[in-house]
Design a binder for this molecule. Structure first.
Ligand code: BGC
Length: 457
């Protein structure tokens, strides 16, 4: 009977194919000049036109905002050794009041953290090129102009959606008046991940995050990016695949639990795909399933504990811990104030496995769509490529499910996964470095100190 309740989470490989076909169509819609306004999958141009070639070098400042912390890093890129070294960094927590406060408060907090770091490093007189990893969907006008479309992942600061994030940061710095910055290259974390892996492995042309949120980017042919002028070369597209399904296209695979998670989130109706996959939501899905099974008297002799009844008490990290072994399951269930027996512990483990395996399979369906698109774009029968990956959900879970599904969905492609080491931090430096070296390129329209647009005319 338990299995019957878990059935809606089990997606067959055939179903994954259907999901992949839908995403393929949505990606085309997102790229289109006249269709992108209404597209659920936004396919945002990033103005990053090249992956690293290994000759990049220099000192950079990187800012990173995407989770519950803000970080500033001083990164040195060394050409001789082809490596990036984090010289120093500072972390500032973003308390919940700020995540849900005003934009002004958020950017004042960021500017203060940056100021402290520059002081501690004695960098206030200098103007190092700066990259800002801002891991939210942004409509980029240029590499240094980035308008927030919407907050995700628990952020909801007022007065930022629809505004240019670089402008808000600069205004906050001017309000302080103790230092200034020049240009800022804006980077999504997927792009940072692709670029930092790309420095190590130049075949890396996809970046994927499965962490608090989920998303991927890849190198698309410019001729298909109808919203940006120019036909030659490539541009990295931030797919924002988390929004897949926001137009109702995933209705047939949404379970009653997914609907509750969405309804009780701070952004109902948006980022449907993300809510089935990423760390911010997986624990809550498991909790809701456990509640239901308990109500049906299939678990814990029908007795729900106070903790289990409370929203978000079942943390996503419990899932991988429980998958690791029954002993962990027993410990966690006791901590949640539940009275359990061995059968209960096994059932809970099955629930965790089911939810995390659905997440992995859905990711595989989406990633397969991108990989196959690159293959078709290049007119190749087979494609060998590398995906840079980051995010706790990817790192903490066994990934054989994802790889098995990929193998089935893209039999013509050979995919290497490269786990990024701090792509959000170092990747921002790399984007800035590549933008700098492109600005020395003869075909580049110079907009000092960064090259924003490469034209061949
Ligand atoms: C955001 C993306 C980001 C992803 C992973 C999503 O919620 O919309 O921009 O890349 O999370 O951090």
């Amino acid at each position: 009977i338990v299995v019957k309740h878990l059935e809606p989470f089990r997606l067959s490989l055939e179903k994954l194919k259907v999901v992949s076909t839908r995403l393929r169509k949505d990606m085309i819609r997102g790229l289109g000049k006249h269709t992108h306004h209404r597209a659920a999958v936004k396919m945002l141009p990033t103005f990053v036109r090249a992956t690293p070639d290994g000759t990049e070098k220099g000192d950079f400042l990187a800012l990173d905002l995407g989770g519950t912390n803000f970080r500033v890093l001083h990164v040195r890129v060394m050409e001789e050794e082809q490596k990036m070294v984090k010289m120093d960094s500072q972390l500032c927590a973003i308390p919940q009041e700020i995540m849900l406060g005003t934009g002004e408060q958020l950017f004042d907090h960021i500017a203060a953290c940056l100021s402290e770091f520059l002081d501690s490093q004695n960098l206030k007189g200098q103007t190092l090129p700066m990259g800002f990893t801002f891991s939210f969907p942004c409509e980029q006008k240029e590499i240094d102009k980035s308008i927030l479309i919407r907050w995700t992942k628990g952020f909801n600061c007022s007065g930022v959606e629809g505004e240019d994030v670089v402008k808000l940061l600069k205004e906050a710095i001017h309000r302080r008046g103790d230092y200034d910055i020049s240009s800022v290259a804006m980077v999504n974390d997927t792009v940072g991940t692709m670029m930092s892996c790309g420095y190590r492995d130049q075949t890396c042309e996809i970046g994927m995050i499965i962490g608090t949120g989920t998303n991927a980017c890849y190198m698309e042919e410019m001729k298909n990016v109808k919203r940006v002028e120019g036909e030659d070369g490539q541009m990295c597209i931030n797919t924002e695949w988390g929004g897949f399904g926001d137009d109702g296209s995933l209705e047939d695979i949404l379970t009653e639990f997914d609907k509750v998670v969405d309804r009780t989130s701070i952004n109902p109706g948006v980022h449907t795909f993300e809510k089935m996959i990423s760390g911010m939501y997986l624990g809550e899905i498991v909790r809701l399933v456990l509640m239901k099974l308990t109500e049906k008297k299939l678990l814990f002799k029908g007795e729900v504990s106070e903790a289990l009844r409370t929203k978000e008490t079942f943390e996503t990290k419990f899932i991988s811990m429980i998958e690791d072994g029954l002993e962990n399951a027993k410990k966690i269930l006791t901590e949640l104030g539940l009275t359990w027996d061995l059968v209960d512990a096994r059932v809970v483990r099955l629930v965790c496995e089911t939810i995390s395996s659905r997440s992995a399979r859905l990711c595989a369906a989406a990633l397969a769509t991108i990989v196959d698109r690159i293959r078709v774009n290049r007119g190749l029968p087979h494609l060998k490529t590398t995906v840079g990956v980051d995010g706790t959900v990817y790192k903490k879970h066994p990934n054989d499910e994802l790889q098995k599904a990929m193998h089935f969905l893209t039999p013509d492609c050979k995919i290497k996964f490269l786990v990024s080491e701090d792509g959000s931090g170092k990747g921002a430096a790399m984007v800035t470095a590549v933008a700098h070296s492109l600005s020395k390129h003869p075909h580049c329209m110079m907009v000092p100190p960064l090259c924003f647009t490469v034209r061949n005319d």
